[in-house]
Ligand binder design. Structure first.
Ligand code: ASP
Length: 422
C-alpha cells in the first residue's frame, strides 16, 4: 500500500515537496544550528553544496550536446531557409515585445509602490560591485559568427553554437540521402540526450532540496527586512508578467488553457528557480514542451536556446524596479524621457544578459548609467539579489516557453491533443 502511494506521487509533486522541505530545513539551520565546523563546513558547504552543485552540473553537461544535436535535427526537418527565417523573425519580435512589456510593468508597479522611499541606507547590507567589461554592440553582433565552432562549444557560447548548428542542419537537408548517415547519427544522438535528460531529472527532488536549503541556510531573513518593499515590487511585477501577461497572450493567440500550461511547465519553473540558471534548464524545457505540451522540437530546439540566451523578461523587470528604487534612495528625479530610455536599455540589457546566476546585476550597470544614476546603487540590492535571481530566472524561461508555444501554434507545429491531455 505504502509502495503504491509512493509510486503515485508525480515528479512535479516530489519537486514541490522538496522545495518547501528544503526551504524549511535551510531556515532551521540558519536560525537554530550554532555556527561552526559541523554547520558551515560539513552541512552547508559540504553535503548540501556538493549534492546541489552536482545536480546542476549534470544538467549543464547536457546543454551543449543537446542544443547542438536538437538544433541540427530541427533545422534539418524544417529544411528550407525561408521557413526558418520566418520562425526566427517571429520569435525575435515576440521576445523583444514581451521584454519591453515587462519593463513597463516593472516601472508601473515600482512607481505605485515607491520601493526606495523611506529606506535608511544604514540598515542595508551593501556589497562590492564590479561592473565588468562591456562588449561593444558591433563586437556583440560579430561574435554571433563563430571563428571556431568547436571553441564556441567548449566555451558553451550559445549564439555561435546556434548559428553553426542551423547551418549544419540546412546543409544536411540540402544534401538529402547523400548525407543520410550523418543525419541519422544526429537524430539518434539527439534521442540519447533526451533520454539522459529524463534520467537526470529523476534526481531533481534531491538536487532541488539541497540547493534551496543551502540558499536559505546562508541568507536567513534578516537581510530582507529593510528591503521588503523593493523585493515586494519585483515579486509583484514578476507575478503580473508570468501569470497575467503571458497567460493572456497564450490564451488570446492560441486559445490554449493557461492553467494546463502552468501545471505542466511547473517542474521546469522550479528547476529554474532553484538553480537561477536559464541555460541549464534548456534540455528540460525542450523535453517538457515536446512530451507534455505537443510543441514540435523543430521549433523549440531553436527558440528555447535562443530565448535562454537573449530573452530575459524577469531580469528586465528587476532592472526596471531597481532603477526606480535607486533613484528614490538617492533622491534623483527621473523624467518621462528617462523612463523611455530605461525601457530601451533594459530590453537591450536583457539580450546581453547571459543565462547564469547574477549576471542581471552586472548588466544593470548599463541601464543605470543610461539615465545617469550611480552604479554604486547596485551594492544596495546585492545582498538580497539571490532570492530575486531565482524568481526572475523562473520568469525568464517561462517567457521563452510561452513564446515557443505561440510560435509553434502559428507554424502549425503544435499537437493540441498532447497539450490538452491530463
Ligand atoms: N539568472 C538569470 C538567468 O539565468 C540571469 C540574471 O538575471 O542574472 O536567467
Amino acid at each position: 500500500m505504502a509502495e503504491e502511494n509512493k509510486r503515485k506521487i508525480g515528479l512535479s509533486t516530489q519537486i514541490f515537496i522538496a522545495l518547501i522541505g528544503g526551504a524549511v530545513l535551510g531556515v532551521l539551520i540558519h536560525y537554530f544550528m550554532p555556527e561552526g565546523y559541523l554547520r558551515d563546513t560539513v552541512i552547508i558547504n559540504g553535503i548540501l553544496y556538493v549534492i546541489g552543485q552536482g545536480f546542476i552540473r549534470l544538467m549543464q553537461m547536457l546543454v551543449v550536446p543537446l542544443v547542438f544535436c536538437s538544433l541540427v535535427c530541427g533545422s534539418m526537418a524544417i529544411g528550407d531557409t525561408k521557413t526558418l527565417g520566418k520562425v526566427g523573425i517571429k520569435t525575435v519580435i515576440f521576445y523583444i515585445f514581451t521584454t519591453a512589456v515587462a519593463v513597463c510593468v516593472a516601472l508601473m508597479v515600482a512607481s505605485v509602490i515607491d520601493p526606495g522611499v523611506g529606506v535608511n541606507l544604514a540598515n542595508v547590507e551593501t556589497g562590492n560591485v564590479s561592473a565588468g567589461e562591456a562588449t561593444s554592440l558591433v563586437d556583440t553582433l560579430l561574435n554571433i559568427i563563430p571563428k571556431n565552432p568547436i571553441g564556441a562549444m567548449a566555451d558553451g557560447d550559445m549564439l555561435p553554437i546556434i548559428v553553426f548548428a542551423l547551418f549544419v542542419g540546412i546543409m544536411l537537408a540540402k544534401l538529402g540521402s547523400r548525407a543520410s548517415n550523418v543525419a541519422n547519427f544526429f537524430s539518434q544522438f539527439n534521442d540519447i540526450m533526451m533520454e539522459m535528460t529524463m534520467s537526470v531529472m529523476k534526481a531533481a527532488p534531491i538536487g532541488v532540496f539541497c540547493l534551496i536549503s543551502k540558499t536559505f541556510a546562508g541568507i536567513g531573513f534578516d537581510a530582507f527586512l529593510p528591503m521588503l518593499k523593493y523585493m515586494g515590487s519585483v515579486t509583484l511585477a514578476l507575478f503580473i508578467q508570468c501569470f497575467i501577461v503571458y497567460q493572456i497572450l497564450l490564451f488570446v493567440i492560441t486559445r490554449l488553457n493557461p492553467m494546463n500550461f502552468l501545471k505542466k511547465f511547473f517542474p521546469v519553473m522550479t528547476f529554474a528557480f532553484t538553480t537561477a540558471t536559464s541555460n541549464s534548464t534548456i534540455p528540460l524545457s525542450i523535453d517538457t514542451l515536446d512530451k507534455k505540451m505537443g510543441v514540435s522540437r523543430k521549433i523549440s530546439s531553436f527558440t528555447i536556446p535562443l530565448g535562454a540566451t537573449v530573452n530575459m523578461d524577469g531580469t528586465s523587470i528587476m532592472q526596471g524596479v531597481a532603477v526606480i528604487f535607486i533613484a528614490q534612495v538617492y533622491g534623483i528625479d527621473l523624467s518621462f524621457g528617462n523612463l523611455v530610455t530605461v525601457v530601451v536599455t533594459a530590453t537591450l540589457a536583457s539580450i546581453g544578459t547571459a543565462g547564469v546566476p547574477s549576471v542581471g546585476l552586472v548588466t544593470l550597470a548599463m541601464v543605470l548609467s543610461s539615465v545617469g544614476l550611480p552604479t554604486e546603487g547596485i551594492a544596495l540590492i546585492m545582498g538580497i539579489d539571490r532570492i530575486l535571481d531565482m524568481m526572475r530566472t523562473a520568469v525568464n524561461i517561462t517567457g521563452d516557453a510561452v513564446c515557443t508555444t505561440i510560435v509553434s501554434h502559428r507554424e502549425k507545429a503544435l499537437d493540441r491533443a498532447v497539450f490538452n491531455k491530463e
